[in-house]
Design a protein. Structure first.
Lengths: 99, 615
């Protein structure tokens, strides 16, 4: 008999214009430990447009202009496949800057 | 004279009460552009003249009449359509806070209106015996009595002089009580809320008893090739509009939006840099500022971005009717380094910094150092005279600001800046500064490239000199790992050189989120009539950076001063994504000096020859 994959609970935190868009600061989402699954499950709560906020139009890779951090590390600085664990925190920022 | 320049420099001698007009030199403009570049060249000339007269650079007193204060615009300033060009650059031969070169940049309207009044640059030397202000109106300059302005705050000074002079394009740059009292971190403020903030230039102005400069005029800045300029400018303005940072992020949130992202990256200094993670960051974030304090936004002259925040604190003990800011840096220094989580108090403290004329970065960081000194028991209570400086004490934060401006009670110690304050109380290692200038809001243990920049910036601990936070955290123009030390030197160098170009053009650094050196070469070529390439533009920037370095070498600064506080080199980050990290400055500096062509922080003769710098 096939076992269902173990689910992990991950916190997603939204910042700046994403907060006003989704009227949400943070949400806890269950997923299979992969980023695509996390975003897909989050979109069931936030709405389908959330996927387009994170992934490019073809939904093959994360949008270059978005800043996505796993426990404070930008995914662009992390090597290899990202495996999410229980209580990981994903922070998502739209393009922003300052001085 | 090439286009873009008004062709005139105003030389003011406050000791002899004399004014002289000189021509802007085309030869110097070609090599140094304008703004910061031209000012550095002039300062070096002054230094050589002083040396010839037997005055050693090390003996120059930053608060003495021999110090020189220069207000400079560049060929881009004041031309409608030149992106975000409502800025000017101010320099002093020596900073009272650091003993290194004084340098600061400001927005608003003063820069363009200085050009409309008929001048590219104003250079002030000497000192007046009584308070004066300089009026530069429609090409005519005059020193006038300021005894009835002395003692007034920045807001009243700006309003009184603007009304007195009248006219369409009138702007006032002035000092408040902090500058008059020569607090070492006093700044120059124009248009009520825009600051040439760092390195204590307000104290220099105060030492000269120069209360204000008011400029007014209606001259137009000439452009060599208006059609070509129009084409390039339209393309650049479109790029700014379509870029998500300059077109959406900055206009919507201002710079305060950085609080949460820098904290998430584990690099938001908290409690005088004891850690890079602030548990109350949300309470002082850009999102909270926008929600509860923002009333509208404001743009500098000629700027399509409009990152300025107009704010108010509606009620309570920290009520503020209307203010501008606080910016990311001000919130961090006054709120995170001090652990004050009451944003009402931070807005009020920042408002006082504008009203009284103080640099909020140095002010906040000095207060935070005092808080740590006090909590560790290093300050006798009788020195504090009741000022309860402990981390998180919002009322003490606000009180400390006005005490510093007036140098009353413990304020007379705070007014010296954190380096001298910590030396006095026997713990110099608690001053989080480089070359005496308090470092801004990014912990180098979590963001290593900015640490190398802090160490090597000529004016001291400064982020805008070479803002590598852009690639390291924001991913612009590309993402590099903030925790890696290798490979950062080339980024620091190119950012430092390009920033000199921006500060010499003079326009706003924020355009560089969307525009590059090639855009600047095309814009400046169309304005001046010169054929500037991207390579030549960057070489001009490198030339300016190196000549500025030659000046600070003469003041005694070299490789030993390209340093960072011991905390960042030896105390591992205690928590967050950068937990366990220190900054490996030694090897980063080696890489940097090699790229720069310097030995122990001093440019070699070959490098100076390559850059055509004549000593």
């Amino acid at each position: 008999m096939l076992e269902a994959p173990a689910l992990v609970l991950v916190k997603i935190m939204l910042f700046a214009t994403l907060r006003s868009k989704y009227k949400t600061r943070e949400l806890t989402v269950a997923c299979d430990g992969t980023l695509p699954n996390l975003i897909e499950n989050a979109s069931k709560i936030l709405g389908p447009e959330f996927v387009d906020d994170v992934y490019d139009k073809k939904q093959t890779k994360v949008r270059d202009d978005m800043i996505i951090m796993v426990n404070g590390r930008n995914i662009k600085d992390l090597k290899g496949e990202i495996t999410l664990k229980d209580n990981d925190v994903i922070a998502i920022f739209p393009p922003l800057a300052g001085g | 004279m090439p286009r873009g320049y008004m062709g005139k420099i105003l030389r003011v001698n406050l000791t002899t009460n004399s004014l002289k007009v000189e021509s802007t030199s085309e030869e110097i403009a070609r090599k140094y552009l304008g703004g910061k570049g031209y000012a550095v060249y002039l300062l070096y000339k002054y230094l050589k003249e002083y040396e010839k007269a037997g005055i050693s650079p090390k003996d120059i007193n930053a608060l003495g009449p021999e110090n020189v204060l220069i207000f400079a615009t560049g060929p881009g300033t004041g031309i409608p359509g030149f992106p975000s060009n409502g800025r000017y650059h101010v320099m002093a031969l020596k900073s009272p806070l650091t003993g290194s070169i004084g340098s600061a940049n400001s927005g608003g309207e003063f820069g363009p209106f200085l050009k409309f009044s008929g001048f590219d640059i104003i250079a002030v030397e000497g000192a007046s015996e009584t308070p004066v202000y300089l009026a530069v109106v429609n090409g005519e300059a005059e020193l006038r009595d300021a005894s009835n302005l002395w003692g007034k705050n920045v807001f009243d000074t700006c309003r009184i002089l603007r009304d007195k002079v009248g006219g369409k394009n009138t702007s006032v740059a002035c000092i408040g009580p902090a500058g008059e009292n020569m607090a070492y971190m006093a700044c120059i403020i124009n248009d009520e809320h825009r600051a040439a903030g760092r390195t204590g230039l307000g104290a220099v102005m105060g030492s000269k008893k120069l209360k204000a400069i008011v400029v007014s005029g209606e001259e137009k800045v000439p452009v060599a090739n208006p059609e070509r300029f129009s084409e390039v400018s339209r393309r650049c303005l479109d790029a700014l509009k379509n870029n998500s940072v300059t077109g959406v992020g900055l206009p919507t949130y201002g710079t305060a939006i950085l609080i949460n992202i820098i904290n998430t990256a584990g690099g938001l200094p908290y409690k005088n840099w004891q850690t890079g993670v602030n548990p109350d960051a949300e309470k002082i974030s850009g999102e909270t500022l926008a929600e509860a304090y923002l009333t509208s936004r404001r743009a500098c002259w000629g700027c399509p971005i409009g990152c300025g925040r107009v704010t108010s604190v509606k009620s309570g003990p920290f009520h503020v009717l209307a203010s501008e800011g606080p910016e990311y840096e001000s919130i961090w220094a006054l709120g995170s380094s001090t652990a004050v989580k009451d944003l009402d108090a931070v807005v009020k403290a920042n408002h006082f910094c504008d009203e009284l004329g103080l640099d909020p970065i140095s002010m906040g960081s000095t207060i935070a150092a005092a808080m740590e000194l006090n909590e560790r028991g290093y300050i006798p209570q009788e020195d504090l005279q009741g000022l309860d400086l402990r981390f998180g004490n919002a009322a003490a934060l606000v009180e400390a600001v006005w005490r510093t401006a007036y140098k009353v009670g413990f304020g007379k110690y705070l007014a010296l800046g954190s380096k001298k304050l910590c030396e006095i109380y026997g713990h110099p290692e608690l001053s989080m500064s480089v070359k005496g200038l308090e470092m801004p809001a990014y912990d180098p243990r979590a963001i290593k490239g900015i640490g190398l920049n802090y160490a090597t910036a000529n004016r001291g601990g400064c982020h805008v000199t070479g803002y590598t936070v852009s690639p390291e955290v924001l991913g612009i123009p590309e993402k590099i790992d903030p925790l890696k030390a290798e490979g950062k030197a080339k980024w620091v160098k190119v950012f430092q050189d390009f920033t000199c170009v921006v500060n010499s053009t003079v326009n706003c650094l924020f355009t560089t989120f969307a525009l590059g050196a090639k855009d600047y070469a095309e814009l400046l070529s169309a304005v001046t009539g010169w054929s500037l390439t991207e390579g030549e533009i960057l070489k001009i920037g490198e030339r300016i950076y190196n000549l500025e370095r030659v000046i600070i070498n003469k003041f005694g600064f070299d490789g030993k001063d390209d340093a960072l506080p011991r905390r960042l080199l030896e105390e591992p980050m205690p928590e967050g994504p950068a937990k366990g990290q220190v900054i490996e400055l030694k090897k980063m500096k080696e890489e940097y000096y090699k790229l720069r062509g310097w030995v122990n922080g001093v440019p070699t003769k070959d490098k100076l020859a390559e850059l055509e710098i004549e000593l």
